[in-house]
Design a protein around this ligand. Structure first.
Ligand code: GLN
Length: 454
């Protein structure tokens, strides 16, 4: 009830939830109370969570914040949310996001942007909570849920966490099942939690992760008790500092914070080593070929027949065209066009195939660093702190917006886990985060190291 009244009081200003489900929340909470009374409490018993609108929730609003999915209520529940409910968690509602998870500011949502609960000191300007999981980050930061589900295809968990002073982890590709999550770029998409601290994130990920026969890319590996890793020593760990993780126009304060992070880990007994990930600069351009290519294929299913919106036309082709023209927003249409182009017969080798080769080289960079003895990598997450909603420079040039993810996208290309941990406040009074990148399926190392920094 406390969370539901907080949502009622604040959601009008923050636009974090696009659908609130008070009846479901109260029913689930009652069931939790009975299980507690019977001594059958799960690990998340009674914990109220928000769900990114990308996760299918049975009988409940699931629109990926797109107009084209108008009125869509799935007949099924995603594996990740099923796992959470099985552990006793309670659903508060569905959270705002960039349309189909395409964006870095939550401004491409059909429902309008979610608003960052943080403001710069002395300013009333509304800031973005980051994206695409902007609603998840804003809701967690503003206490409108105890934790939230999110997804990360190119930074969408870690960048919003950094912009809102929350913790977000993108686990290794395959750690969580993608079944029932609206697909954006299937070889990159991965679910993870956004939470208020590292411990909460560890507890949530433990429940979200599972192997799943319905997603053949989910791995059949035991899910460790991540919480146990917290408080462990980083003494003797080798932390790599990638020299390429700098860009023009980057905040000096983030560079200084990175140095501070190095100092904290050194103090805790870690060994710091300089490393090179030479193909880093190709990650962004390669991502913007691979991700739109996969998106153009995944989004072909929205044809006005199977789901949501239909705009009538004079014949079936006309109906498809009108539905897709009206149903998809500008950014989504841009991605579909890029994706269709790079996959077309004449250009496939020049763009898509080449990008896949570059992807292998990016992965190899990380493998070489790990083979040389590096246990984890410390890096920035974003080039700047949260920016204003409607920032003219970013709105006018999509490539500038894409640059938001220059430090986060490499991991998705390599399938590696990464955590975003709040590490400081800049001179504007806004939160800043740092990123720890780890070896495949070694999320425990990330939780342990992040806890030293938080
Ligand atoms: N901002 C990136 C994009 O727009 C990443 C989004 C994501 O991780 N879902 O594609």
């Amino acid at each position: 009830d406390a969370y539901l009244s907080a949502i009622e009081a604040t959601n009008g200003a923050l636009n974090a939830y696009v659908a609130v489900t008070p009846d479901i929340a109260r029913d689930m909470a009652k069931a939790s109370d009975s299980r507690i009374a019977e001594g059958k409490a799960g690990v998340l018993e009674g914990i109220p969570l928000g769900v990114k609108d990308l996760f299918a929730t049975k009988g409940v609003h699931t629109q990926a914040c797109s107009h084209i999915l108008d009125g869509f209520k799935p007949e099924y529940e995603s594996t990740v949310t099923t796992n959470l409910w099985n552990a006793g968690a309670v659903m508060l509602g569905k959270l705002n996001m960039d349309e189909f998870a395409m964006g870095s500011s939550n401004e491409s949502s059909y429902y309008g942007p979610a608003v960052n609960p943080w403001k710069a000191t002395g300013s009333d300007e509304k800031l973005v909570p980051g994206g695409s999981s902007g609603g998840s980050a804003a809701a967690v930061a503003a206490h409108l849920c105890a934790g939230a589900t999110a997804t990360d295809t190119g930074g969408s968990i870690r960048q919003p966490a950094a912009f809102t002073g929350t913790v977000g982890i993108k686990p290794t590709y395959g750690r969580c099942s993608r079944w029932g999550i609206v697909a954006f770029a299937s070889s990159l998409d991965q679910a993870g939690p956004i939470a208020r601290d590292v411990r909460d994130a560890a507890i949530l990920l433990k429940s979200m992760a599972s192997t799943d026969a319905k997603d053949t890319t989910s791995v059949d590996l035991p899910v460790p008790d991540y919480e146990k890793a917290i408080g462990g020593s980083v003494k003797g760990m080798k932390i790599g500092i990638p020299r390429e993780y700098r860009v023009d126009g980057m905040s000096e304060e983030i560079l200084a914070l990175w140095q501070q992070g190095i100092a904290w880990l050194k103090e805790a007994g870690a060994e710091i080593v300089d490393i090179s990930l030479p193909h880093t600069k190709y990650a962004l351009p390669a991502y913007y070929i691979v991700a739109p290519a996969e998106a153009s294929s995944n989004l072909a299913r929205y044809d006005g027949v199977r789901y949501g919106l239909r705009v009538d036309g004079k014949d079936i082709a006309d109906m498809y065209e009108k539905t897709r023209a009206e149903g998809f927003g500008k950014e989504v249409q841009r991605r579909i066009m890029i994706g269709t182009y790079v996959l077309s017969a004449g250009y496939y080798d020049a763009y898509y195939l080449k990008a896949q080769k570059v992807r292998t080289l990016i992965k190899r960079d990380f493998e070489l660093a790990f083979e040389a003895g590096v246990d984890a990598i410390l890096a920035p997450i974003t080039p700047t702190s949260a920016f204003a909603i409607g920032d003219k420079e970013l709105a006018a040039d999509p490539v500038k917006m894409y640059l938001q993810d220059v430090f986060t996208i490499t991991l998705n290309m390599a399938g590696l886990p990464g955590i975003s941990v709040p590490a400081g406040i800049d001179s504007k009074g806004l939160p800043l985060g740092l990123q720890i990148i780890g070896k495949p399926f070694e999320e425990e190392t990330l939780f342990k190291t992040a806890h030293v920094i938080e």
